[in-house]
Design a binder for this molecule. Structure first.
Ligand code: HEC
Length: 150
């Protein structure tokens, strides 16, 4: 009984591995596009608050920051060899030519996000100095690693 179940484990593990490869290989271009669209959603909530066009809301800001934290954790995996072009990607060739620079830009963004989350800014005055830099890092990365065609 016991042995039979144990024997199945490697088969299950192999099946899971194949399933996750299939998901990752699905279309990195599409996944990173969708991921950035999600990042934009948060930016549309937080941006107007920082500009004073919308009332500052700590819970909404923290929600956006946390969604960026998970986006940052996933984003770096979505640029495998072979996904340089296709599906109208806006990813610049610089990502593959200067992977270390791209990774550093991603870490800089992710560090800024983590710092803003740690600060848990209660007011707009608290938020500006910690969330402002997060937006700065979006721009830094886009300047070097994104070809904007819209
Ligand atoms: C580490 C680099 C990096 C950071 C940081 C970054 N982006 Fe991007 N962004 C990219 C790249 C690369 C693309 C193009 C992806 C593609 O098309 O394959 C992109 C695409 C986009 C797009 C277009 C969606 C698409 O793919 O068509 C939007 C909108 C966007 N980013 C918003 C943001 C915002 C807002 C932030 C910050 C809150 C941000 N990004 C932070 C690299 C970054």
């Amino acid at each position: 009984m016991m042995n039979k179940n144990l024997l199945r484990l490697p088969i299950l593990a192999a099946a899971l591995a194949i399933a996750s490869i299939a998901v990752a290989g699905d279309s990195p271009q599409k996944e990173r596009h969708e991921l950035m669209e999600g990042v934009l959603k948060g930016a549309k909530v937080v941006g107007p608050m920082l500009k004073g066009e919308a009332e500052y809301d700590n819970a909404a800001a923290m929600k956006a920051l946390k969604s960026w934290q998970s986006a940052a954790a996933r984003f770096g995996d979505l640029f495998p060899e072979g996904s340089e072009t296709g599906e109208d990607t806006e990813a610049a060739p610089a990502i593959w030519e200067d992977r270390a620079g791209f990774d550093a830009a991603l870490v800089a963004w992710s560090d800024a996000v983590d710092a803003a989350i740690a600060a848990n800014p209660a007011t707009l005055d608290d938020a500006k100095p910690v969330i402002g830099p997060v937006f700065g890092k979006c721009k830094d990365c886009h300047d070097g690693y994104r070809i904007e065609d819209d």
